[in-house]
Ligand binder design. Structure first.
Ligand SMILES: Cc1cc2nc3c(=O)[nH]c(=O)nc-3n(C[C@H](O)[C@H](O)[C@H](O)COP(=O)(O)O)c2cc1C
Length: 378
């Protein structure tokens, strides 16, 4: 029996390590039947470990409210009761389910009880914790301060571990299986709701999912897709519809390779430091060069055009990176002049920025944004 247990644990460990996405996991429903999370592909998921006798138990009501508001738009709430925190989820899953239905009239999915920490932690939770560690409690919030003090008394280093800290920790998963965020139980539900809205609305989720990509597959973007991206670009708002831009889409792989050869010779040290280096345009197979009038103006318009193109590309499964670095090089290198000559830019225009574009071979994390730069004047 012991051998079986060791073997089982090892298999589950391998499953966790080899899991490529959330859709690789199986869970059990409240009747003990296996359910593959692949069934929820295309839905935004809020995964939560719950308990029926916790100070946070009234959150069931708020979760049900979220579910009723957003289920039709594609939200699923996956509830996993767990008895590991203060033994506040006693009883069978049937008893728990009856309690939740009677007291909070829940309609979202409630799965079988699981463990979320320790050696018997469900592989799903090992994966979730590996994707999003503990980000700390907001100790300016009364409840956050209380949780921090309580947990620190038990373990002074508690905040260094990615373990689930208490009942009603939540993970938001995007429609394409990205673990977007982890919320501690004290997080305001209104903040979680704002993030859910972002995930459900395709425009907002595209905006929030876009990241600068610097590793691409060796596969040029199809001409029709580049056409679509550029059409979205020139559809951007622009002052008096003057369209003060010139755009050059480079599909010629040899031109990119040739200018990269020259760049490599002139920037040997820099290239040596970059172990991923494939080409001077952050390794993208295609580039879109955006030019504005030489005597100034048009930068705002061109910037809007650029973002339109990057968001269009994102929505089509393409990755992009806005580039200023190579522009400075191309404008100053005599040896690379052939590249700009080939672009055939009118004399009264100059290269302003480049958008690298291709099929992404990485999924970069979002770089932090400083919300304090924004003030609402009421
Ligand atoms: C005008 C401009 C110039 C940029 N130039 C470069 C560049 O030369 N090389 C690069 O790797 N990224 C470049 N970036 C990308 C930024 O580094 C990136 O947008 C920023 O770090 C935020 O990350 P995110 O796009 O993933 O949200 C540039 C972005 C802009 C808007």
């Amino acid at each position: 029996m012991k051998r079986f247990f060791v073997c089982f644990t090892a298999i589950m460990g391998v499953l966790t390590l080899s899991a490529q996405s959330i859709y690789d996991f199986q869970v059990k429903d409240d009747g003990g039947q296996d359910v593959s999370l692949a069934e929820y592909k295309g839905k935004a998921l809020l995964i939560v470990n719950t308990a029926t006798r916790c100070g946070f138990t009234p959150q069931y009501k708020e979760l049900e409210a979220l579910y009723e508001k957003y289920h039709a738009e594609g939200l699923e709430i996956l509830d996993f009761p767990c008895n590991q925190f203060g033994q506040q989820a006693p009883g069978t899953i049937q008893e728990i389910h009856q309690f939740c239905t009677a007291n909070f009239d829940i309609h979202f999915l409630q799965f079988d009880k699981i463990e979320v920490n320790g050696e018997n932690a469900h592989p799903l939770y090992s994966y979730l914790k590996s994707q999003k560690g503990f980000g700390g409690f907001d100790i300016s919030d009364q409840r956050g301060k209380m949780m921090d003090e309580m947990l620190r008394k038990q373990d002074a280093e508690y905040d260094k571990k990615s373990d689930i800290k208490w009942n009603f920790t939540k993970f938001l998963v995007s429609r394409d299986g990205r673990i977007v965020k982890r919320y501690e139980p004290t997080e305001q539900m209104s903040n979680i709701e704002a993030d859910i809205q972002m995930e459900l609305n395709p425009v907002l989720s595209t905006i929030m999912a876009r990241r600068s990509v610097r590793k691409y597959l060796d596969k040029p973007v199809e001409h029709e897709k580049l056409e679509t991206v550029v059409r979205c670009g020139i559809n951007a708002p622009n002052g008096m519809n003057r369209q003060p831009w010139i755009i050059r889409v480079v599909e010629d792989q040899k031109l990119i390779a040739d200018v990269t050869e020259v760049y490599k010779k002139e920037n040997a040290e820099q290239v040596k430091r970059d172990s991923n280096f494939k080409n001077m345009f952050r390794n993208a197979p295609n580039i879109i060069c955006v030019c504005t009038p030489s005597n100034g103006g048009g930068e705002v318009d061109a910037g809007l055009l650029g973002e339109n193109m990057m968001l269009a590309a994102q929505s089509m499964g393409l990755g992009t990176c806005c580039l200023g670095g190579p522009v400075r090089y191309l404008q100053t290198s005599e040896k690379a002049k052939f590249f700009l000559d080939r672009l055939d830019i009118p004399a009264d225009y100059r290269l302003s920025f480049i958008i690298a574009i291709g099929y992404p071979d990485e999924k970069p994390e979002a770089r932090p944004r400083d919300a304090s730069k924004v003030k609402f004047i009421k």
